[in-house]
Design a protein around this ligand. Sequence first.
Ligand code: MG
Length: 379
Amino acid sequence: MESDAKKVLILGSTGSIGKSTLDVIRQFPERFRVAGLVAGKNGDKLKQQVEEFEPEAAALFEGELETPAGVDFYSGEEGIKSLIQDIDFDIVVAAISGASGIIPTFEAAKKAERVALANKESLVCAGKFIKSVAKEIIPVDSEHSAIFQALLSGRKEEVKEIILTASGGPFRGKKLEELRDVKPEDALSHPNWDMGNKVTIDSATLMNKGLEVIEAVWLFDIPVEKIKVVVHPQSIVHSVVRFCDNSFIAQMGKPDMKIPVAYALSYPERLFLPDSLGMEFYGLSLTFEKPDLETFKCLKLAFEALNKGYPYPIILNAADEIAVNCFLDKKIPFTAIPEVIEKTMEILNLSPPETIEEVVSIDRLAREAAEKVVQSFIV
Ligand code: MG
């Protein structure tokens, strides 16, 4: 039976964006069909998803899985590449967390009509290469989805400023000395968003916003001077575009990723999502503050990496992944995260990548360097 449903490949199906995507697809089976599911190592969850959505194929980055007849199974990095080659899809939802998402996103971008992009690292580290192969990139990240929507209100040359909102994370308002003893469990309790561990810690350090600034530069082809970060603790205004006539166009909504996920799948149309995703305006109060770049130095480092250009964003990102993992393993204090990144950026002297393979090798070298730097911060 032929259907008009768009065929969707989800890279990172068991993570929080992957699950939100499946929630949307579940509600609109006439519009979307799951073509393939790729996950990291959560075989149990993937098995459940395979049984419910009956894709053509599924893959695990790590591990094996018994799939029902008719569902091909692939494993490992090469397996994921083969799955991307073998199956037919219209949209790829690129939602693998971290730099390991870069190559799968790149491979899938070559084939897809649309990349619904949630993996920021793809643009932070390999923006040039991903953009050169992708037909269309629609952002999934809530801030970038907001900017994308606001930009539809004017022409590119009329944009004066992009105001990227940040929740400020669980430590907003704290000073550096108060952060020395915070534990992973403190940093993992995000006030507004329910996300994976890496991005939650990045929200607490403001590195997430730093990566988003870099992502925005690539996505919208906007110079960094036009991007401003504003702390907005309620996470209702997802970002704002200021036009030349001083109109500020914002996109607002409940902080739930199903809204930007649905938009990235259905654009230029909008889906009729349930009222439970709406919000009550009576009593709503919205506040905006300047970010504290001394306490949350990661954001400053991201601007620095962006100004220095390739390969610094790759080094920044790799060192951050290493530092965040070490913090989660309780090897280094929270306040050492920016120190590790800064030091790694200082000691590495590498040329800009010419190919996507070079992005991967710079990422690997930066990880090795960061691993060594981390040693001096181990408590
Ligand atoms: Mg975001």
